[in-house]
Design a protein around this ligand. Structure first.
Ligand code: FE2
Ligand code: FE2
Length: 139
């Protein structure tokens, strides 16, 4: 699991805070998946609520970045927003597959590989560039 100490930092503190929170929610969800592998009692309440927390967080996280970009007239705003939208759409579809299949391995793989890797790559690329732009407008 990627640690916050090793996670890329961007030029805006609110974004770093969101990334830290996001990493924490992912870690907590993965721990709940692992606990469910262990006890195997088919009680998915904790996983479902951790998924809801992560989903709510992503909506807010993306919205804050989009508002900051929009407010400073960042030209590639739509490129960045389109990526957020497609990640959210994929996330919703994975959650609904999980609700119907209860395939814990598939859910864990999606979160640990797709979501986590995406978050790091996205922070290093689009978030880094957007934060530089917004921060430069604030000085
Ligand atoms: Fe971000
Ligand atoms: Fe972003």
């Amino acid at each position: 699991m990627m640690k916050w100490e090793d996670f890329p930092r961007v030029d805006l503190e609110f974004m770093n805070e969101d990334h830290k929170r996001c990493l924490g929610l992912i870690e907590s969800l993965l721990q709940k998946c692992d606990a469910q592998f262990e006890c195997n009692d088919n009680n998915y309440e904790e996983i479902d609520s951790a998924l809801t927390d992560l989903s709510d967080h992503l909506v807010e996280h993306f919205k804050s970045e989009e508002e900051a970009m929009h407010a400073t007239g960042f030209p590639p705003y739509y490129v960045h927003k389109t990526e957020h939208d497609s990640v959210l759409q994929q996330f919703k579809s994975e959650v609904s597959s999980w609700h119907s299949s209860r395939d814990l391995k598939a859910l864990r793989r999606y979160i640990a590989i797709n979501v986590l890797n995406w978050l790091e790559t996205h922070a290093l690329t689009m978030d880094t560039v957007s934060a530089q732009h917004v921060a430069s407008c604030q000085t």
